[in-house]
Design a protein around this ligand. Sequence first.
Ligand code: CS2
Length: 478
Amino acid sequence: MNIVSFQSSYDLAAVSSGIVHIGLGAFHRAHQAVYIERYLQAHNGGEWGIVSANIRSNVALVEQLNAAHNFYHVVENTDRDNVAVREVRAITKAIFAGQDKTELLAQLCQTDTKIVTLTVTEKGYGIEPASGQLNQQDKAVAADLKDLQGAQSVPGLLLTALQSRRAKGVSGFTILSCDNMPHNGKRVKGAVMQMATARDPELANWIEQNVSFPSSMVDRIVPAMTDETLAKLNAKFGFNDPNVIETEQFSQWVVEDKFCQGRPALEEVGVEFVDDVQAYETMKLRLLNGSHSLLAYCGQLLGLNTVDQAIAHPTLRAMVEAFMIETKNSVAVKIDIDAYCQSLIARFSNETLNHRLAQIATDGSQKIPQRWLAHIEENRAASNVLSTTEMALAAWMIYMGGKRRDGMDLPINDPLQQTFAHCLKVESAEQSVRNYLSVESVFPSSWQQDDALIARLASNVDRLLNARSLAAVDAVFT
Ligand code: CS2
């Protein structure tokens, strides 16, 4: 095996923390923290170290990182034979801010804090996926709208920090979302401004003048770590690192260059700064994430477990290729889009990653609007039928019923799982489709009147319902 090692050797005493991050998960540690690591290494330190916090879960990771001075390794796999091992020390402090957010708020209010980055997952923003508006049904959002004291939602927390910066005469900061949402900067801004306007219109004006919200497109496949992967990596590379993580070699970050308090020159380490990130977002959300979701639902209905298994399956490979042909015309980035699609298939085929389909299937209600539904909606206006995307959507509807067609249980993990729990009716495919489409926080409400679309989806659902074995499901997908 060809192993390249990157040691971290800059002087930690020469690092201060200009960035506060919320959402200290594997993706953040293998993506943003690696760019910052490479930047600090090139500059022998500097002002852009990261204070990184979890606000809901994973206190154990925070404790483990603290015990290791927040050092960890990132294993970057190209394939079975080529791998890079990188030491990362860019996280200067890890915080768990569950019920008590005092320490995190103090950090957010430091004059040195110039950028706040976020990876809180799609559902973490308290935004309704279909409309992009603040979700007033979300308990934390509803509570923060009434009273910001002890804010628990992400918009509420940001607002509390900005309120106190303003009161102390400290400047605003840049809020940079690194989640797979369309127009992620605009959406976060919308949520923060909606809450600010409801609570304190003057603060809303101040935010308009003093805070910037660049959108960004992030890309790196980072499977959730398991105990087996942890043991495997430590044995393979001979270290004793409870915080090691594994990812692919590929990494991309395209960011709108709107930083109101300055930024590190991350273009030196491969970040692309552009005026408008939207076309990149659409490309990545629809082609990469859209294919991922297709593989996640269809693959599990075929009894498969990982992305590399799914893409090696001839029926699914053909489906992904058809999906890409169907989808690529909606992408306006001036690159060789066929080469991009080919590179995605190669990345999905990386068999060292063990990327679980169940991980991708999580929170589908928050993901499919931007991955599939927006594109179906655009084509509905032109009476174009996206037949592979519609088949994937039917597969998701069956998946949300919780059972494979051979009777085995499927793992469902979704904030709207109760809402969808009784949508699938084995006795009527059409009623099932109508039940799903009536959930207006996910589906455009006009779909409820589109009888042609309903009939096509119902026919897919019906064929899947009538398939009683994995082989029969395969025949429907073929
Ligand atoms: C995946 C993403 O879990 C998912 O929904 O589609 O996490 C995907 O691996 C990343 O966006 C790749 O950049």
